[in-house]
Design a binder for this molecule. Structure first.
Ligand code: GTP
Ligand code: MG
Length: 314
């Protein structure tokens, strides 16, 4: 194998990257307004990027001194062999010791069952600020988009109350657009949960962090561009000597050129786009964008196995 891979990922035009759609600022304000009636914060994040991409503003504007649980969700897609190192790092750097791994697609997931008892225990041992007279407990679920906040609420509610889903869930970022009305998740004790819209930090200074967030679909693909995200994924696979993509994309050998890889796959699958040239006749080109989308979907559904995109940070 003669391929020499890139040693770092370079973006030609950083202005192409747009991370922060307008509704997010509004969501953050709504969350701050509801804080007075909240006893505990559950922050959900993607277990494939446990170190990077969490919104630093949450710590200063939302969680503050309230009990805080970090739920690392989508554990079914994450390489958990680094679990101890991740927990140690988060504990030392961010002083969060309540970390729970979950798979909200699995109704029997032990992590999902652990969230409520942990939250209740933390609330009972806290001073509850101005809420000590209230008999009901209120929990706010926060996090960047598409990490599974609404899915977690549904999974807990279904476990405790046996009810069907109350919070809408979807495969693209931005399904929950505003702070939702409270959802009852337990009768005794009486516990309500607030679902919130995913909010990214407005300033993602590190491009690689932004691209990891994009690979995990925490922002809509078109904001960054499917080909750029697919290129970052290809770079990451090569760097980590994960060459499963070679067969998937019908390449003859590993490559560092995303356009060649996508073109080979598109030609093999006869996936093309029709154009009209200047003379008016039709020409066909391989559908690179469609193939990039296909490649990203394959990663996001675990076709290339379990990964930890943050392994370089441990
Ligand atoms: N593989 C996997 N997928 C999950 C898991 N939890 C949620 N999902 C999927 O992730 C997607 C996003 O889930 P949501 O619950 O809508 O995420 P959210 O954080 O509420 O998203 P926004 O409201 O858009 O911020 C959906 O397609 C879910 O089915 C999980 O543990 N594993
Ligand atoms: Mg949601």
């Amino acid at each position: 194998m003669t391929t020499k891979f890139r040693e770092s990922f370079k973006i030609v035009d950083k202005a192409l990257l747009r991370w922060f759609p307008g509704h997010m600022g509004k969501g953050m304000k709504q969350m701050q307004q509801k804080l007075k009636s909240v006893d505990c914060i559950i922050e959900v994040h993607d277990a494939r990027i446990p170190i990077s991409g969490r919104n630093p503003d949450f710590k200063y504007s939302i969680s503050g001194l309230r009990p805080h649980i970090l739920v690392l969700n989508k554990m079914d897609l994450a390489d958990l062999s680094y679990k101890q190192r991740i927990e140690d790092k988060i504990k030392v750097n961010q002083n969060i010791s309540n970390i729970i791994y979950t798979n909200c697609k699995d109704s029997l997931c032990p992590g999902v069952k652990q969230v409520m008892p942990t939250a209740l225990n933390l609330i009972k041992n806290s001073n509850r600020f101005n809420r000590s007279e209230n008999c009901d407990y209120r929990i706010m679920v926060i996090g960047v988009p598409n990490v599974g906040k609404s899915s977690l609420i549904n999974a807990i509610r279904s476990n405790i109350l046996g009810r069907k889903k109350a919070a809408p869930v979807g495969g693209v970022a931005g399904i929950t657009r505003a702070v939702q009305h409270q959802i009852k998740i337990s009768h005794n004790p009486l516990v309500y949960v607030l679902d919130t819209p995913g909010v990214l930090s407005p300033t993602i200074i590190n491009v690689e962090t932004g691209l990891k967030l994009a690979v995990c679909a925490t922002l809509q693909d078109h904001l960054v561009g499917e080909e750029i995200i697919a290129d970052y994924l290809l770079y990451w696979f090569n760097k980590n000597k994960n060459f499963d993509y070679v067969t998937y994309l019908n390449c003859d050998e590993p490559t560092d050129d995303i356009r060649i890889a996508l073109a080979k796959a598109a030609i093999y699958r006869q996936s093309s786009i029709k154009y009209r040239d200047l003379s008016g006749s039709y020409i066909y080109r391989p559908d690179l964008q469609g193939m990039a989308r296909n490649f990203l979907n394959a990663y996001r559904t675990g076709v290339f196995g379990k990964t930890l995109l943050d392994n370089d940070l441990l």
